[in-house]
Design a protein around this ligand. Structure first.
Ligand SMILES: NC(=O)c1ccc[n+]([C@@H]2O[C@H](COP(=O)([O-])OP(=O)(O)OC[C@H]3O[C@@H](n4cnc5c(N)ncnc54)[C@H](OP(=O)(O)O)[C@@H]3O)[C@@H](O)[C@H]2O)c1
Length: 286
């Protein structure tokens, strides 16, 4: 499953990413991640504050990938694309280099493929980004990005005079929340989209949607495959998450069919600005 986007600095980013939240034990996460790698997934998304059971998820992910590499010599670390994020306490503390080196150590790697600011916490995200630029120049991180931003956050960032433009923006994106203004802005700035909650968490308004069900029946695909294919055809990298080995395998099979332009439009028109992940406590004034 070789399918990548080329980011604005030439780095390759896989077109589908697996998330690492909500696993209740290392064992469960290990089974899920290994089955995803078996099925061709090479990109994983984590964050400093994610937990797996009582363990730090970054640490679990590092162990799982390292073990996989030990028993599968056809793969190397360079085949993987690992995203992690700086959380608000880290932005406030300001010791970005120390914290990123800690993440690198927890992930048991030499570098991070994609380092994002998890929330654009006012007054702190611009200086944090500027410190991330230094780590980029040192080769500790290969791409820089933001998460959960509005256009005005990007404008604040660009107004500060960046040396390295962000390569990615990670935001909540699915047919019920197409965030089209932010997406258009990112396109103009050559920033690639990582779409989180791409399946709308499979909540009822998605799961029971007649338009989606009809399109899925027509293509003889699952609803999840239709949603992920919609992201892919629009140029987004969806970050899905599943605990089920069968569903993981199914979700990764999205490159053998094509939605028509009309179907893409029908799906995009489901937008209701329906946001699942609320932000005001993490980003006052958002
Ligand atoms: N930057 C941010 O602030 C932020 C915020 C939220 C999430 N994220 C990232 O995005 C990742 C995914 O987010 P998410 O969990 O909200 O999104 P999601 O992938 O839209 O939804 C996950 C839900 O969909 C179900 N599911 C997955 N595949 C399915 C299938 N084929 N059929 C039916 N149900 C299916 C899963 O259940 P089962 O496990 O039972 O399959 C799970 O309940 C996270 O793990 C995290 O890495 C980032």
């Amino acid at each position: 499953m070789e399918n990548n986007y080329i980011l604005n600095n030439g780095v390759k980013m896989p077109s589908i990413i697996m998330g690492t939240t909500s696993f209740t034990s290392f064992r469960q996460m290990n089974e899920a991640i290994c089955s995803a790698i078996d099925a061709g997934c090479r990109a994983f998304d984590t964050s400093r504050f994610y937990r797996t059971g009582g363990e730090e998820t970054e640490k679990c992910l590092g162990i799982i990938i390292k073990n996989y590499l030990k028993s599968n010599s056809y793969l190397t670390r360079e085949d993987f694309f690992i995203t992690t994020k700086l959380a608000i306490p880290q932005l406030i503390r300001g010791s970005i280099e120390k914290d990123v080196i800690e993440s690198i150590n927890k992930l048991d790697t030499e570098y991070i493929d994609s380092l994002l600011i998890h929330w654009p916490f006012p007054d702190y995200f611009v200086p944090a980004y500027q410190k991330m630029e230094e780590l980029y120049k040192k080769g500790l991180v290969k791409t820089l990005g933001m998460s959960n931003c509005q256009i005005r956050h990007f404008e604040q960032l660009f107004d500060a005079g960046l040396e390295i433009n962000p390569q990615v923006h990670q935001l909540e994106l699915h047919p019920l929340n197409t965030a089209s203004e932010t997406v258009e802005y990112c396109k103009k700035k050559n920033i690639n989209i990582q779409a989180y909650s791409p399946l709308g968490k499979m909540l009822d308004p998605i799961k029971n949607n007649e338009t989606l069900k009809e399109i899925a029946n027509k293509h003889e695909k699952s609803l999840a495959q239709i949603l992920l294919r919609w992201h892919y055809q629009l140029g987004f990298a969806p970050i899905f998450r599943s605990k089920s080995v069968d569903r993981i395998k199914n979700n990764l099979e999205l490159f053998d069919f094509r939605l028509s332009e009309d179907e893409i439009e029908l799906i995009s028109n489901l937008n209701q600005n329906y946001k699942i992940c609320t932000e005001s406590s993490r980003c006052p004034g958002y």
